[in-house]
Each structure stands twice: as structure tokens, then as C-alpha cells.
Write a protein that binds this ligand. Structure first.
Ligand SMILES: [Zn+2]
Length: 114
């Protein structure tokens, strides 16, 4: 889907990044490190490669290492393997879809119980 003119597209991307950083309290939602816009990356909680949407409720701020570690893992796989990341996600990803938060909570409690 590339209907927007390139310039408008770049402006939109910057605006999304700013809004996402603000919504995530300028932290990586997975490890909690403080982020500023030069080092922040945007992560699709439910990966685009697996059918996730490029919409605000599925986009969070993440540091490069966390983003690479998560890769194309589904959120519940990632949070089950890294429950600490799941706890940070629940604390910092304030505007993601409720279903993503529910899934994260479930994956963390399963990991804790194991
Ligand atoms: Zn991180």
C-alpha cells in the first residue's frame, strides 16, 4: 500500500514515531530503557510478517536490541520466553490493543508458573 507521496509518507512516519514514543513514555516497552527518537525503533507487536497491522494499537517503541531479539516472534511466544519483557510491556505499552495486553498477561503468568 503505497498511495501516499513519498514526502507525506516520511512526515507520517515521523509523526507516528513521535506519537508512539510519547505513548510509551519514551521507553523501550520490552526492557524499559529510556529512548529518544534517534535511537528508538518502532516494533509491530503482532509482526507484519504474520499478519499484524501497521496501526497505532499494534505499534510500540523499542530499542534496537529488543527489536532484533523479538524479530518475527508472535507476542505470546516472545513474552513466554522473556517474561520480564512482558511485564515491561504491560507497564509501558499503554495504548496497544487490549487483546495484546491480555495475551501478554497470559503469557507472563504461564511463564511464571512453569
Ligand atoms: Zn529494549
Amino acid at each position: 500500500m503505497r498511495r501516499a507521496r513519498p514526502q507525506a509518507h516520511a512526515a507520517h512516519k515521523r509523526a507516528l514515531k513521535r506519537a508512539t514514543l510519547r505513548d510509551c513514555a519514551h521507553r523501550c516497552v520490552y526492557c524499559g530503557v529510556c529512548l529518544h527518537s534517534e535511537i528508538a525503533t518502532l516494533d509491530h507487536v503482532f509482526p507484519i510478517a504474520k499478519g499484524g497491522m501497521h496501526t497505532p494499537g499494534n505499534v510500540v517503541a523499542a530499542c534496537g536490541p529488543c527489536n532484533r531479539r523479538k524479530g518475527d516472534m508472535l507476542p505470546h511466544e516472545f513474552f513466554h520466553r522473556y517474561p520480564g519483557a512482558g511485564l515491561n510491556f504491560l507497564a509501558y505499552a499503554r495504548v496497544v490493543h487490549r487483546s495484546l495486553k491480555r495475551g501478554a498477561r497470559r503469557a507472563v503468568s504461564l511463564a511464571m508458573a512453569a
